[in-house]
Ligand binder design. Structure first.
Ligand code: PLP
Length: 428
């Protein structure tokens, strides 16, 4: 099929008529599917049900510190959990703090602490006239929501196939003292599935920020979430890279087991330099007497070690891979060559990022909704929910069953085609 832009008005009108018919048929199937968030499917959650059995009323609940996990004690995580998450995050065990059930919560606290108390002795951000964060786009809406909530001005930085555009990052960070942070999802990024190249990570580690309290918010949420055994991305470990570059304090690494065990009931961690961790512990000891050690123990006993976790992730991949392949196959078959959209085939993570023709994303998401398919709001992948080109749509294939996903993808491509035709006809 020829590119839509090369079709005559009559051809477009004819095509629209036949596509509308197909769309009505899909609509009649009465699908009701919420594909708006990157949630694991029930089949994936079932993989971790063994975790419910590793602790029973008969279990011995001492952790290796000799502390009873049922009681108070051990502020920053039991050794077993620290070792597991340190290996997962590729950092030394002593450079990690274990938190509660959500890494997003840790990110929020990190921004909140910087606002009220500053970073390693610098002026609290709330006392400054302006605080800015760089936001690689498209990116993760909940990151942007945190900085928006605190009144931090967000500055878009375009993503490239190698990560954020580092020429722009270097320039802005070195010239503007009000830039205090950058949000990064460095591996299998949300939503594009891009992994930062070696050069990008190296350039991050060598940044020369104008603000001494500038921090890289390195949210490695998808560090071990590969889809394929034979095609895997590799990411340089940034904490060591920053140390080597003489910038040991410049990065906070975040991660959690949310999409490894149970989202909302996993364990989260931060990895950082000794100085940063000391500051975090200072706040933490006021905030809590300690997080849920029973859950930490449960995770440590269930996975045993990083090898157990890696094996577990292969089972997730076996469930996720066919779903990604289905979406990618339908996109290629139905939209390939039409020049009305582009996408990246990721090797891991939770999303496929789709770029429609400019000015079409909102209308496509609305069209899909008419047929019962709820997608992530267009614009959500940009700060303030504003995609300047109204082009990016995040596809989250994990939650639906394969059968639902096949129908959902058909609805999606039909919506893309119909809206694109309207755009070309000048109706949008
Ligand atoms: C990039 C990224 N970071 C963090 C999270 C949430 O993590 P948690 O459940 O640990 O708060 C998600 C969930 O979608 C995510 O995509």
């Amino acid at each position: 099929m020829a590119a839509y832009k090369d079709l005559s008005r009559e051809e477009l009108l004819e095509l629209r008529e036949s596509l509308e018919k197909k769309f009505e048929e899909e609509k009649a199937k009465g699908l009701k599917l919420d594909m708006s968030r990157g949630k694991p499917s029930a089949a994936q959650l079932n993989l971790s049900m063994g975790m419910m059995d590793v602790l029973t009323s008969e279990s011995q609940l001492m952790c290796s510190e000799g502390v009873d996990c049922r009681n108070y004690g051990v502020l920053d995580g039991i050794t077993e959990a620290k070792q597991l998450l340190a290996d997962m995050m590729e950092v030394p065990k002593d450079n990690i703090i274990i938190f509660g059930n959500s890494s997003l919560n840790v990110m929020y606290d990190t921004v909140a602490r910087s606002m009220t108390h500053g970073v390693l002795g610098s002026t609290p951000w709330c006392k400054l006239d302006k605080v800015k964060f760089l936001c690689p786009v498209p990116g993760y809406d909940r990151h942007f929501a945190i900085t928006e909530y605190f009144g931090i001005e967000m500055v878009n930085v375009p993503m490239t196939p190698d990560g954020p555009d580092m020429d722009i990052v270097e320039k802005l960070v070195s010239e503007d003292e009000s830039i205090k942070g950058i949000w990064c999802v460095p591996k299998y990024s949300n939503p594009q599935g891009i992994t930062y190249s070696d050069e990008t990570v190296h350039r991050f580690a060598c940044l020369k920020p104008a603000a001494k309290d500038f921090r890289i918010y390195w949210d490695n949420a998808y560090g071990i979430h590969h889809l394929y055994e034979d095609k895997q991305d590799y990411l340089i470990e940034i904490l060591m890279e920053c140390k080597k570059a003489g910038n040991p304090d410049m990065v906070y690494k975040f991660s959690s087991t949310s999409k490894i065990s149970f989202p909302g009931s996993g364990i989260a961690a931060i990895a950082a330099s000794d100085a940063n961790l000391a500051e975090i512990r200072n706040q933490m000891k006021i905030q809590t007497i300690g997080h849920d050690k029973v859950n930490q123990l449960r995770h440590a006993r269930f996975f045993k070690d990083i090898h157990g976790m890696v094996e577990h992730m292969k089972k997730h991949a076996d469930i996720m891979r066919p779903k990604f392949d289905t979406v990618l196959e339908v996109l290629e078959r139905e939209l390939g060559g039409l020049e009305i959209g582009s996408w990246i085939a990721p090797r891991g993570g939770y999303f496929i990022s789709f770029d429609a023709m400019e000015g079409c994303a909102k209308a496509i998401v609305a069209k899909a909704k008419e047929a019962g398919l709820v997608m992530t709001n267009a614009g959500a992948t940009f700060p303030y929910g504003k995609d300047p080109k109204d082009s990016n749509i995040r596809i989250a294939p994990s939650y639906p069953t394969p059968e639902e996903l096949a129908i959902a993808t058909d609805i999606f491509v039909l919506s893309v085609k119909l809206v694109s035709i309207d755009k070309l006809l000048g109706n949008l």
